[in-house]
Design a protein around this ligand. Sequence first.
Ligand code: MN
Length: 196
Amino acid sequence: MKLELPELPFAKDSLAPHMSSETLDFHHGKHHNAYVIKGNELLEDAGIDADNLEDLVKKCAEKGGPLFNNVGQHYNHSFFWNSISPNGGGAPGGDIAAAIDASFGSFDSFKTEFVNNGVGQFGSGWVWLVADGDSLKVVKSANAETPLTDGLKPLLVCDVWEHAYYLDFQNRRPDFLASFIDNLANWDFANQNLAG
Ligand code: MN
């Protein structure tokens, strides 16, 4: 299989002022696209194939190096575009609301843990809401790493690489993470993943 840059599932100017179209021009059009191009070159060199992206990521994780970094970043970014929405943010509805209350005590406690993990990821990486069996957890990952390779089910992700927020928030990563939860988090996508 070949990696393909997905279309953004929202209009590029629809997330402003929380995420500007300029950020998306660079982040989707340049950064993500570069991972797709390089990943396809390295996949061809390595002769690795799979039936779906999740299995491809797991195979590439066994190899590590630039191959995993590029394929992992393609998976993480594709998941991220679905994790944000112009209709997102605030407290969720559906089954994820009850699951968050059961695992974190309250939505506010979840938000605090999510923001703190995103702030605490030193350097580049990601902060995830995942399902670990019946309970939900917040985990962070460095660079291209993904909880998919740890047997966890990703539900929602926020990119905390500086390219995700620097044009809109400069160095204020805590504000970007709070804004992600308050204004962008796509709980419909998280509910679909929880059910899937
Ligand atoms: Mn990114």
